[in-house]
Design a protein. Structure first.
Length: 289
């Protein structure tokens, strides 16, 4: 209290000056229309600028939440689209298929769902590339689930913790993905063995198969990891056939649809073909997807 009294005693003249300045400005702006207008104009400008900056900052903070909400909505729409597409394919594949078989088929594919996740770590230039996402067992992610992006297949979940998962991407030599040429239906196996490049190879195709640059490559559906007809990539630059003879199909260069260098968000495929197909996979080709 004593210090306050001493401060007021020493600085009293300055405090009195500030008081009279405030009173003078109040009388000036309240008693004169022109000055009142100037005061309101500048006040509105300052307050408006502050509110705009505050609004932009709030929008930026909420941007991640909005982005995740949009991804979840896109995942739901993608799930419905693939389920309906598979239903149509099974119904139209054989017009005399028993109704009970059709019903079971529709039910089995209706369980296809997606779990959205954010990429928190990834490598693209190593021999054994890996991707880490921010979703794990708590979110429903399990080992051996397929993973895709908005632009195509990404890879497969290799290990899971409570809140994180590790994905082995297509740009890893341990992955062999069962794919097919969309326009002909011929299938083979996609593999990668060139560090630093996003070009993969589709092998094991019949020699008589003809193809051209730009043809679409999709998943074959011959596994429990990926449903059929998910986009993988396109046939890369190749030579030209001569005298109408199809190109050699020892391997086909495939440009992947997913750009792993800019990958931010992924969709983990939950559900799919089911246990019988998993058992069949383990008997036939335990290392292929």
């Amino acid at each position: 209290m004593q210090k306050i009294i001493e401060f007021v005693t020493k600085k009293g003249h300055w405090l009195l000056l500030i008081f009279f300045e405030v009173v003078a400005f109040a009388l000036l702006f309240n008693g004169n229309i022109y000055h009142r207008f100037i005061n309101l104009t500048y006040s509105n400008y300052i307050v408006g600028s502050f509110l705009r900056v505050s609004g932009d900052l709030t929008s930026y903070i909420k941007l991640r939440q909005k982005n995740e909400a949009l991804l979840e909505q896109n995942a739901r729409l993608e799930s419905k689209y693939l389920s309906l597409k598979q239903q149509v394919e099974y119904v139209t594949a054989d017009t005399v298929v028993p109704f009970s078989f059709v019903t079971d088929s529709l039910t089995s594919f209706s369980s296809l769902e997606y779990i959205t996740a954010r990429v928190i770590s990834s490598s693209i230039n190593k021999t054994n590339n890996l991707i880490v996402i921010d979703k794990g067992e708590r979110a429903g992610v399990q080992k051996d689930m397929g993973v895709m992006s908005a632009h195509g297949v990404v890879g497969i979940v290799s290990s899971v913790s409570q809140d994180y998962s590790v994905i082995v991407p297509l740009i890893n030599p341990t992955i062999k993905l069962s794919c097919k040429l969309q326009n002909t239906g011929h299938f083979g196996y996609l593999s990668w063995n060139e560090p630093g490049k996003s070009i993969t190879r589709l092998t094991d195709l019949p020699n008589h198969v003809a193809y051209k640059s730009g043809d679409t490559i999709v998943t074959s559906g011959y596994s429990s990891v990926f449903p059929p007809n998910l986009f993988v990539g396109t046939v890369g630059r190749i030579g030209q056939p001569t005298d109408g003879v199809p190109l050699s199909t020892s391997f086909i260069p495939v440009v992947l649809g997913t750009d792993f260098a800019t990958l931010d968000f992924v969709y983990v495929i939950s559900g799919g073909v089911g246990l019988p197909q998993r058992e069949l996979d383990s008997l036939l080709r335990p290392r292929d997807l």
